[in-house]
Design a protein around this ligand. Structure first.
Ligand SMILES: [Zn+2]
Length: 244
């Protein structure tokens, strides 16, 4: 196949040689791709204007030996309301950076594409509750990537109703991929305490597709530790996020 056409969301761009630019795009049909636009840094570049980060684009790419090149592109949705709000740009950049860092090139998953598009849209229309949008996005994305936590019983001793322990608290271990009862907590010193309420909220996000109405700092902390465990690095936009 010499040419391909797909929808995609622009994650980032980087200068390349004197006049060109490379773009990282999460596409509907081919997953994350890196493509080149010749002359993108020239003032009269017709393609570059469509390739701002966040843009949902319809692109046609021609395969090349060193680089695949974009030969045609149009903007389907520019998320202009998002781009006009500084806080939304910060949260949106965090989302793009997570996708870029967590997903390998050519990992194709239509559900990830749909989630990314929906999340940018949620952020665009949101008046507040940006943190819940991020929590929801992180949890769903990690599940699509195969890291869904087991929230039904202790992953070590398989004890059910672990959540009904005396003090109503259990632990969650990303290393073992689920809940740990207080007796088994010792097997992962990095496990975090999690309330019954937060276990319920996570279940709702995963099974009923519901974004929580109110922000809960402890839930954001948990989803963030989940993300960190799988990312193994700091993100650029992260330092701006948790200052708000
Ligand atoms: Zn146990």
């Amino acid at each position: 196949m010499l040419y391909y056409r797909t929808l995609g969301i622009v994650l980032k761009s980087q200068n390349h040689q004197e006049a060109d630019r490379t773009y990282t795009v999460y596409t509907e049909k081919y997953g994350k791709i890196k493509v080149l636009v010749k002359g993108a840094r020239k003032i009269n570049s017709k393609l570059a204007g469509h390739l701002e980060p966040f843009n949902l684009i319809d692109l046609t790419v021609v395969k090349g030996r060193a680089w695949d090149k974009i030969i045609n592109v149009s903007t389907v949705e520019s998320f202009s309301h998002l781009k006009r709000n500084f806080r939304k740009i910060i949260y949106g950049s965090y989302i793009l950076e997570i996708v870029d860092n967590l997903i390998k090139e050519h990992h194709q998953d239509k559900e990830v594409f749909k989630l990314l598009k929906k999340t940018l849209n949620n952020l665009q229309i949101a008046k507040q509750s940006f943190c819940q949008i991020i929590d929801y996005f992180v949890l769903r994305l990690l599940c699509f990537l195969g890291y869904e936590p087991n929230l039904s019983f202790c992953v070590f001793c398989k004890k059910k109703k672990v959540i009904l322990s005396k003090n109503k608290f259990v632990f969650i271990s990303w290393k073992f991929g689920g809940l740990l009862c207080s007796q088994c907590k010792k097997f992962d010193q990095n496990s975090s305490i999690i309330s019954e309420e937060n276990v319920r909220k996570i279940k709702e996000m995963l099974t009923e597709n519901l974004i929580p109405e109110n922000h809960d700092q402890s839930l954001t902390k948990i989803t963030n530790s989940f993300l960190k465990y799988h990312l193994e690095k700091e993100l650029e936009s992260e330092k701006f996020i948790f200052g708000f």
